[in-house]
Design a protein around this ligand. Structure first.
Ligand SMILES: [Zn+2]
Length: 264
């Protein structure tokens, strides 16, 4: 009876005020602690993984926003409605009878080169001159003049009349050509090196766009016999060289484009 009572009491103790933990051996307790530590560690790892994912997503969002803003404001080739190269500044004339009639240019068979015949004047000044032709009310013999592009003394390029519109530059060839006015420092009409380089680059880009070659460059002189562009009328070899330089630039452009597209 004595033993039975002790057993009963022991049973009571086990299920009563004594916890399971209290009844554990030190080994079991250590194992339990270890498990708890592991659980805590894995929870901590999960928290850090979540934080890393959140950071990566944040970085991606910031990257996308920066890229979006950059392409909106800084990448002109993305924003030009005509797909013009980034060295061209688009400063189109207001639509008007005398310089920008908004007549569609339906085909491009040649690029016509001009000189301003106004030594030392800038591309902007010539562009503004064309733009101001809009206001000729009351003028008896109004001037009709413009150009698709003007290449300036510093090599800058201004687009004045969109490439899909007729400009008033090349007489009876206005309707199937793109015109380029070229600024020059003096009376000889010879283009400076930077102006020449930009003219070649722009001409090559246009040839590439319209499936033309360097030989499709013509002078205003070839249309009407006008001494324009003067230096390149008086110096036939300089004109031949200009066309050859455009052809070389065109081939380089096509080469670089085919490389970009993954070709040879
Ligand atoms: Zn001309």
């Amino acid at each position: 009876m004595e033993i039975d009572t002790q057993r009963r009491d022991a049973g009571r103790r086990n299920t009563g005020s004594f916890t399971e933990r209290d009844a554990m051996t030190p080994e079991k307790r250590a194992a339990l602690n270890k498990k708890k530590k592991q659980r805590r560690r894995s929870k901590l790892i999960r928290v850090w993984i979540n934080r890393a994912i959140a950071l990566a997503v944040l970085a991606l969002i910031i990257g996308l926003v920066v890229w979006g803003v950059k392409s909106l404001f800084f990448d002109k080739s993305q924003t030009s409605a005509y797909g013009l190269p980034d060295y061209v500044t688009e400063d189109y004339l207001k639509v008007n009878t005398y310089s920008r009639p908004k007549v569609p240019l339906l085909e491009v068979n040649n690029i016509v080169i001009h000189y301003t015949a106004n030594p030392g004047t800038s591309a902007t000044a010539n562009r503004n001159y064309f733009n101001n032709l809009a206001d000729q009310s009351g003028v008896e013999n109004p001037t009709y003049a413009s150009s698709n592009f003007i290449v300036g003394l510093e090599g800058e390029v201004i687009a004045c009349v969109p490439i899909d519109e007729v400009a008033y530059a090349s007489n009876n060839r206005n309707e199937d050509t793109i015109s380029i006015e070229t600024c020059h420092p003096d009376e000889t009409g010879k283009f400076s090196d930077v102006t020449y380089a930009s003219l070649v680059k722009l001409s090559a880009w246009l040839c590439n766009k319209y499936g033309l070659t360097g030989d499709d460059l013509i002078r205003h002189y070839d249309v009407t016999g006008k001494l324009c562009p003067l230096y390149y009328v008086e110096n036939e070899e300089a004109w031949t060289q200009l066309k050859a330089d455009v052809q070389t630039a065109l081939e380089e452009l096509q080469q670089s484009e085919s490389t970009e597209n993954g070709g040879e």
